[in-house]
Design a binder for this molecule. Structure first.
Ligand SMILES: N[C@@H](CCC[C@H](N)C(=O)O)C(=O)O
Length: 293
């Protein structure tokens, strides 16, 4: 059995979507990513009983094409392309800990470079707006297997004998948005978990259940690919806002009410860029005794 390793971490949350953050930026307590199996670390450190506990692992690294780079791993160890809530927390981490004095940070992710705009008060990051880039709808890009067309808008998909109308939206990662009159635990846990792994999604998907409360306010719960239900999903809130806007259920600016807080989403009608504004908070810091396999 290899020796246990001491891994320094910071725990952060954005609208209740909590991750364990590890920096690989070259400080004395930094991680050297090449020396660790990151999917294995993600699974173990995210465990809420035997680990630190969280919805997954975020690694903050240097970048050759942007100011910094973020890699994100779900609680099951799978690596995702993008995480909206984590991108805001990374902005706060970098600025508040003095890694940068920029109030606009370019962050490389597995789905391209995102622009993080920090809202600073008294030298501290209070909230962050992220330019999440353009949404996309083509099935081959998401990826999704639309039976009817090249895009999936309200396409019927059956899970455990019940039919759902799903709108597929790419926000760097794949999302299936379902509009409903009321959201309950059975919808999110039972049907969400079945739909995450439906044949419709070659790479699985995040499933959002959305109630339209008014043209400017959506209520949403999410079943996340690789993690299960979380208290918020930034890319999911963006995907829900896009689906709602395209279907004419809401305008291009909405607040999305999640179990863990509120995110404000604005879709730029000119260029399709989606802007997400929301909170980012430090929770705890320490070190974790990692036992590699
Ligand atoms: N919570 C996130 C999304 C995390 C990744 C997702 N589970 C996936 O596998 O695509 C967010 O805030 O966007």
């Amino acid at each position: 059995m290899p020796e246990k390793r001491k891994i320094y971490f910071t725990k952060m949350q954005g609208a209740g979507n909590d991750y364990v953050y590890i920096d690989a930026l070259g400080t004395p307590t930094s991680l050297s990513p090449g020396t660790v199996n990151l999917p294995d670390l993600a699974t173990k450190i995210s465990d809420r009983h035997f680990g630190v506990g969280g919805d997954g692992l975020i690694v903050i690294m240097p970048s050759s094409s942007a100011d910094f780079r973020m890699r994100m791993f779900n609680a099951d160890g799978s690596e995702a392309q993008m995480c909206g809530n984590a991108s805001r927390c990374v902005a706060k981490y970098l600025y508040d800990k003095g890694f940068t004095d920029k109030e606009e940070i370019l962050l490389e992710t597995n789905s391209g470079i995102k622009i993080l705009r920090l809202h600073i008060e008294d030298g501290e990051t209070r909230s962050v707006t992220v330019d999440m880039g353009c949404y996309y709808l083509h099935c081959k890009d998401i990826p999704a297997k639309g039976a009817i067309d090249d895009v999936m808008i309200d396409e019927p998909v059956v899970a455990d004998g019940r039919e759902f109308l799903i709108t597929a939206v790419g926000m760097g990662n794949p999302h299936g948005v379902i509009f409903t009159d009321s959201i309950d635990d059975c919808l999110v846990h039972h049907y969400g978990s079945i739909l995450e792994t439906s044949d419709v999604w070659p790479e699985k998907a995040n499933i959002e259940f959305v109630e339209v409360e008014s043209p400017t306010r959506l209520k949403m719960r999410v079943w996340e690919r690789g993690t299960g239900e979380t208290l918020a999903c930034g890319t999911g809130a963006c995907a829900s806002a896009v689906a709602s806007f395209l279907k004419g259920l809401s305008g291009n600016e909405v607040e999305v009410v999640l179990l863990g807080g509120i995110l404000n989403i604005r879709i730029d009608k000119e260029n399709g860029h989606v802007h997400m504004h929301g909170p980012a908070e430090f929770v705890a810091e320490g070190h974790y005794y990692y036992q590699p396999d």
